[in-house]
Design a protein around this ligand. Structure first.
Ligand SMILES: NC(=O)c1ccc[n+]([C@@H]2O[C@H](COP(=O)([O-])OP(=O)(O)OC[C@H]3O[C@@H](n4cnc5c(N)ncnc54)[C@H](O)[C@@H]3O)[C@@H](O)[C@H]2O)c1
Length: 342
């Protein structure tokens, strides 16, 4: 298999901290040849840091010149996922796009459709799928040990974690608040265990009391006057076959813990809890809890990058692809619509 040529669009935090280090660990499979960012000096500085040949401030220029890649990794802010992904697909590139897939359901649908039409691969960076706990749980469930899953509680909660930097409170750039930024990660995990279906009913509430009032922050301080998104969102999703998911997420919530990321799964034969992973079942007629003290640490970004390269090479891959991304984005939209109608 030849080495795939890659380009990064958007040279910020996630490009520098996650994607470029992961790509650098896969020299036989992929080589980053271009970095494109809004500021050419920052693009050049990042390119120099990772020994990348070309730097651009305009993706159009990149596609017209010798820096043209086979794959594009879209690391821009949420509102730019759609235009830069569509442009990359139009230019014949596979796309690995950051989460959330897009700003709304129609965009995510169009992205999946264009990838399909062009015969190109599209996937999203929900890297938490590759944690050793989640992988073990998926294997346990695939062997039928949980029976039919009928309810999941998925939480990604922060006590006072409204970021004091970046664009997290700007609705035009982000598309929403805690749900589109944090909740989508645990929604992907829950959907990944239950066949990634579309719900039949969605009921949700969003809140912005703390965001708009202000107060002590644990991730810097924010400006309540410029707080345009939800600081908390609680959603109940009902699926065909009598399956339900309760999704709770917050940037700010008056709770005890500073942060809680946990998923509880309830099946006909057994239940499970993440994180850490535990299984709750019946063994030899007795109630039993199974724990997993020897699960190793996994580089989840590296594993998701490998999954994307596998996908591009036509191999099976555990990754949120264009179709799954369209389902997830449609659910996020239905959550926001339901909350707006309360
Ligand atoms: N998967 C994860 O766990 C995870 C974690 C953090 C961020 N993210 C996602 O990654 C994305 C980027 O987040 P970040 O924290 O790196 O933000 P960031 O602000 O640090 O970086 C965004 C980059 O995009 C560049 N950019 C903006 N406009 C551009 C344009 N017109 N052309 C080219 N480049 C442009 C900016 O200059 C900046 O370098 C977001 O969608 C975010 O949700 C995902």
């Amino acid at each position: 298999m030849s080495v795939l040529k890659a380009a990064i669009i958007g040279g910020g935090h996630i490009a520098d901290q996650n994607h470029l280090p992961a790509l650098a660990k896969l020299p036989g499979r992929v080589k980053v040849i271009s970095i494109c960012s809004r500021d050419i000096h920052k693009a050049r500085a990042l390119a120099d840091k990772y020994d990348v040949l070309f730097a651009y401030d305009d993706p159009d220029e990149m596609y017209r010149n010798e820096g043209k890649p086979d794959i594009v990794i879209n690391c821009t802010a949420n509102h730019l996922h759609y235009p830069f992904t569509m442009q990359a697909l139009e230019n014949g590139c596979h796309v690995f796009c950051e989460k959330p897939p897009a700003m709304n359901a129609k965009q995510a649908r169009n992205m999946a459709d264009l990838a399909q039409k062009k015969g190109l691969m599209l996937a999203y960076n929900f890297q938490r799928r590759h944690s050793s706990e989640y992988a073990a749980l998926q294997n346990y469930h695939a062997q039928g040990n949980l029976g039919d899953i009928y309810h999941i509680k998925a939480n990604y909660l922060r006590r006072r974690g409204i970021p004091g930097w970046g664009n997290f409170t700007n609705k035009t750039i982000q598309g929403g608040g805690a749900m589109i930024d944090l909740g989508v990660h645990v929604l992907d995990l829950a959907l990944g265990l239950t066949g990634y279906q579309n719900p039949t009913r969605v009921v949700a509430n969003t809140y912005d009391f703390i965001g708009k009032t202000g107060g002590k922050g644990l991730k810097g301080s924010w400006n309540p006057a410029a707080f345009e998104v939800e600081d908390a969102c609680f959603a109940y999703l009902s699926f065909p076959g009598n399956l339900s998911i309760m999704l709770s997420t917050s940037f700010a919530l008056n709770m005890e813990q500073e942060e809680a990321v946990d998923v509880e799964i309830f099946g006909t034969k057994g239940g499970a809890k993440l994180y850490p992973l535990s299984i709750h079942t019946e063994v030899a007629g007795e109630l039993a809890d199974i724990r997993f003290p020897y699960l190793g640490d996994v580089d989840i970004q590296l594993q998701n990058t490998i999954a994307f390269l596998d996908l591009c090479e036509g191999k099976p891959a555990n990754i949120c692809d264009g179709e799954q991304g369209a389902v997830l984005q449609s659910i996020v939209e239905q959550i926001y619509q339901s909350a707006a109608n309360q």
